[in-house]
Ligand binder design. Structure first.
Ligand code: PEP
Ligand code: MN
Length: 267
């Protein structure tokens, strides 16, 4: 019988960080007070990044579309005050420079997975600043397509890209999307990009979030995205999947214990 070990599946192409970054914050930035409450919680937990949606890609044009530039101002002010880095989605090529002027990290959402002109524009706008680009997988995008399209960003001169798995569409309807946890080791084998797992959007409901987060850490994810809202029942988007600050605090404490098993720290 072969004695070949399959452990560890990592290391692979290169050394990876022993830190797992959390990008936490509300789905949408709704007001300065709402965003501040989350930023204060994130800072209090010793984390470094706060996220929030300013331009929202809503399925229905009559749903809340985000506060736009006002939200960017709210994010910048909270980021400066709490000493946190900020991350938000850019949906439109015309907004790339505006968004880059206000925040530290630019997110490409699932719905813009193959919007190649947006990817190029983001690459151009961040070519000198090397701001982090968090590039989400599309609902129906393969990993090969994802890695190929990443070059639209990096060919412009910014290789500071994080690939974010956020669930894909399958026949399963019990969860909002099917989280492809295998994307973590597959991408680690094929590239040096850090992999983020967004645990909120595949869950769709807050009680599933902790299990997906533990799985992401165990699979070797380099970062996690988690939606947090001061009062989820009144959230203007994605209320059912957002954690309260108290629930988030409990989850981070638990994640720190899980991460320690793998010799990693949550930051
Ligand atoms: C989000 O992160 O707020 C978002 C809209 O995510 P996705 O593009 O993965 O649906
Ligand atoms: Mn959301």
């Amino acid at each position: 019988m072969s004695q070949e070990t399959i452990l560890p599946t990592l290391p692979d192409l290169g050394a990876r960080s022993d830190e797992i970054t959390i990008y936490a914050g509300p789905c949408s930035v709704e007001s300065a007070e709402q965003f501040d409450e989350v930023a204060e919680c994130v800072k209090g937990l010793g984390l470094n990044w706060v996220r929030g949606g300013a331009f929202k890609p809503r399925t229905n044009p009559h749903s809340f579309q985000g506060l736009g530039e006002e939200a960017l101002k709210i994010m910048k002010s909270a980021g400066d005050r709490y000493g946190l880095k900020t991350l938000t989605e850019v949906m439109d090529s015309a907004h790339c420079q505006l968004v880059a002027d206000y925040v530290d990290g630019l997110q490409v959402g699932a719905r813009n997975f193959q919007n190649f002109s947006l990817l190029k524009k983001i690459g151009q706008v961040t070519a000198d600043s090397h701001q982090m680009v968090l590039y989400k997988r599309g609902f129906a995008g393969t990993i090969a397509e994802w890695l190929a399209a990443t070059d639209y960003i990096t060919d412009c001169g910014n290789t500071n890209v994080v690939l974010c798995e956020r669930g894909i569409r399958t026949f399963e309807t019990a969860t909002r999307f099917t989280l492809d946890i295998a994307a973590v080791p597959v991408i680690h084998k094929q590239s040096l990009y850090p992999v983020c797992i967004d645990v909120s959007h595949p869950a769709g409901q807050r009680d599933l979030v902790p299990s997906l987060a533990y799985a992401a850490v165990a699979a070797g994810a380099d970062s996690l995205m988690i939606e947090v809202h001061p009062n989820p029942p009144v959230a203007l988007s994605d209320g059912p999947q957002q954690l309260t600050p108290y629930q988030f605090e409990e989850l981070v404490a638990e994640l720190r214990r899980v991460a320690a098993v793998f010799g990693k720290k949550i930051v």
